[in-house]
Design a protein around this ligand. Structure first.
Ligand SMILES: [Zn+2]
Length: 322
């Protein structure tokens, strides 16, 4: 299992910007400490890869810095050559994580999950849609015919749903807050909408009902899992109320269910906006550690898929209530 980091490609942001750029370096430091031999720098996504999910004119406008002010405001980042480089690397990291998944059973992008990017525009801190680009890359290269996107970021994967449309070979499952951004939702193949304040038990019940259906309907060769940290109770943008233990149970269930079905999985981190950035890093780190333990435990007997430890045995560092 290989792990791709892109935090060296820093996105220049004005002081006070609410995008938590610092989480990526902290997460990479903690993951490197437990898995130094697995860390890799991904290649940048190419134009040919990007235009499988995006309008060529949009890719050109992003690259050349000719998006208008309104389009940039919608993305939420100021344009710079470094922003373009960062966005291409982050997308390339999910493509690379998919390659790792298909080879070793699992792969991780320590960024990514930019699911609000649509075919013709970016939105909500998302420039390119890494999951859609990566799914189409694997299909174009003949590495996977059918892909399942399991989007458990607290916000709907509207961009992915819109790009994929009615393509029967890419199944999108999104479990998200009903009252949260984006306020105009798209139709994923499977949407599960949760009320404000939903806690661990109700969330996990919804997930346990939805994921087996998604697997049954999609019969995927590959899954891309957006393991957002923003359903966390302490998230400023989340509106749900999951604990760190609940999020670890979520990850354990997803990885174990995919393993049981013999489906390789690429994991992207997606959102996380807790007041204390260490909470976000804790949650992402727990996801990666679970995937790593799975690979180690699988050993020679079963290298084909992730094999998580029992979710309840996965310790979380409780740094805040819940
Ligand atoms: Zn989110």
């Amino acid at each position: 299992m290989l792990i791709y980091a892109t935090d060296h490609f820093v996105l220049p942001l004005p002081p006070g910007h609410r995008f938590p750029m610092a989480k990526y370096a902290r997460l990479r430091e903690r993951v490197t400490a437990i898995a130094p031999g697995r860390m890799r720098e991904p290649p940048a996504a190419t134009d040919a890869e990007l235009v499988r999910a995006h309008d060529p004119a949009y890719v050109t406008a992003v690259t050349s810095g000719t998006l208008d002010e309104r389009a940039m405001r919608r993305i939420g980042f100021p344009w710079s050559p470094a922003m373009v480089a960062r966005s291409r690397r982050s997308t390339g990291a999910t493509i690379a994580a998919c390659r790792s998944a298909l080879e070793y059973g699992c792969g991780v992008n320590l960024a990514g999950g930019t699911h609000h990017a649509h075919r013709h525009f970016g939105e909500g801190f998302c420039v390119f849609n890494d999951a859609a680009v990566a799914a189409r890359a694997m299909q174009a290269e003949g590495l996977a015919a059918r892909v399942l996107v399991v989007d458990l970021d607290v916000h709907q994967g509207d961009g992915t749903a819109a790009i994929v449309g009615d393509d029967p070979t890419i199944h999108t499952l999104s479990i998200h807050g009903r009252n949260n951004f984006p306020f105009r939702k798209q139709s994923s193949r499977q949407d599960v909408e949760l009320d404000d304040g939903t806690g661990d038990a109700a969330y996990l019940a919804a997930l346990h009902a939805a994921l087996p259906l998604a697997l049954q309907a999609s019969r995927p060769d590959l899954a891309i899992y957006l393991a957002g940290a923003d359903p966390y109770v302490g998230d400023r943008l989340g509106r749900l109320a999951l604990s760190k233990a609940g999020l670890a149970s979520r990850d354990g269930y997803v990885l174990e269910t995919l393993r049981s079905a013999d489906v390789p999985v690429a994991i992207a981190m997606a959102g996380g906006y807790a007041e204390n950035i260490d909470d976000v890093v804790d949650i992402h780190f727990a996801t990666v550690r679970l995937a790593l333990h799975g690979s180690a435990r699988a050993g020679r007997a079963r290298l084909s898929t992730c094999f998580p430890t029992t979710p309840s045995s996965s310790p979380t560092r409780a740094r805040s209530p819940g």
